[in-house]
Design a protein around this ligand. Structure first.
Ligand code: AVI
Length: 338
């Protein structure tokens, strides 16, 4: 395993912040290859992980603050209402590891509850983007003087492997926001099993998972009235134009999101409004679109309670506790390795 290549000689921005960077990135396929493969497939697809360049990440923040996008508020309510119960289940030696850079209000609520109970707290945010990590870590450290942060700029698996080999304290791992829903069923199990492998018996995973609900509520969450989700989706074409020298006409594609009830997921697509050909210079390729043909850009799976139990079981966990918001639209679950 390529896990020890963490550069410890990184900047010590303050005496409570350490930033460690993975020297070697795992061999992910490149943006160019993935765009080429996705647009050559029938039906056409693009992987949702490419939404999150700088513009896309900012648009996603805006989505989270839009009134129709209920997951943020529901998850915040659940954490707000139950944080003390959760914190009490852990001793003062526990560190909090987060998959994601920890810029959210929800993360702060959890950190606060732990510091309230135990005083000093060690927080380990993991994110591929070092600049996001440093920015959000500094913000947190300015606010909380009992907080110590070791930020790991690496992919999740590399960082968790590193923690497993280098730390002995108990871990509460946070995976909030229902990002698990953006994976296919097989990927969900592979991802969680990977996390499970790096956990000790006393470690826990706190995971936000969105629940299946009425079509209207789901579809308006992904078709917000200010059109932010549409811009988020179309930004993918914008990114291809910028990074791969293509000539997508953003006015000739339309954002589309609907519930696929049979598959239990909200799907996002970009629909071509006309017959058209797009040239991507960096690939030396042209792609033809017929009118109404779509590029499938995202799945967001919504779970039943039974599916959450099954997912845990299939990945090597049991569910200790599940908490819900008052409307029962969202869940936060404490997974326990078996
Ligand atoms: C990040 N993820 C959980 C979001 C979701 O709801 O699936 C991404 C998103 N796509 C459109 N709106 C939000």
């Amino acid at each position: 395993l390529d896990i020890l290549d963490i550069d410890i000689a990184q900047s010590r921005t303050s005496n409570r912040l350490k930033v460690r960077t993975a020297k070697k990135q795992p061999a992910f396929s490149s943006f160019a290859d993935d765009v080429s493969t996705g647009l050559s497939a029938t039906p056409k697809t693009l992987p949702p992980r490419y939404f999150y360049d700088k513009a896309g990440s900012e648009l996603f923040e805006e989505i989270c603050n839009s009134p129709e996008y209920y997951p943020t508020d529901c998850e915040r309510e659940i954490i707000d209402d139950n944080m003390h119960e959760i914190a009490q289940a852990f001793d003062s030696e526990t560190c909090i590891v987060e998959l994601g850079s920890g810029s959210s209000v929800k993360t702060e609520l959890i950190l606060k509850a732990f510091m309230h109970l135990n005083g000093r707290l060690e927080y380990v945010p993991i994110d591929i983007s070092k600049s996001m990590l440093v920015e959000s870590s500094r913000k947190l450290l300015r606010k909380y003087n009992k907080l110590h942060i070791t930020a790991l700029a690496a992919d999740y698996q590399t960082a968790l492997d590193h923690l497993r080999q280098n730390r002995t304290d108990r871990k509460l791992i946070l995976f909030l926001g229902s990002s698990i829903g953006n994976f296919t069923a097989d990927e969900q199990i592979a991802f969680l099993s990977g996390i499970r492998e790096d956990m000790d018996e006393s470690d826990r995973l706190l995971i936000g998972i969105d629940l299946i609900k009425d079509r209207d509520i789901l579809e308006s969450a992904y078709n917000d009235s200010r059109g932010i989700t549409a811009r988020f989706n179309l930004n993918l074409l914008h990114r291809i134009n910028r990074e791969l020298d293509s000539d997508f006409n953003l006015d000739a594609f339309q954002h589309q999101a609907h519930l696929n009830e049979k598959k239990g997921r909200v799907e996002m697509h970009l629909r071509s409004l006309e017959d058209q050909t797009v040239t991507i210079d960096a690939l030396y390729k042209e792609f033809r679109f017929t009118e109404n043909e779509t590029i499938h850009t995202e799945n967001s799976y919504k779970f039943t309670r039974q599916q959450i139990l099954d997912l845990a079981f299939d990945s090597g966990f049991t569910v200790d506790t599940s908490w819900y918001d008052r409307k029962q639209w969202f869940s936060v679950n404490l997974f326990h390795p078996v």
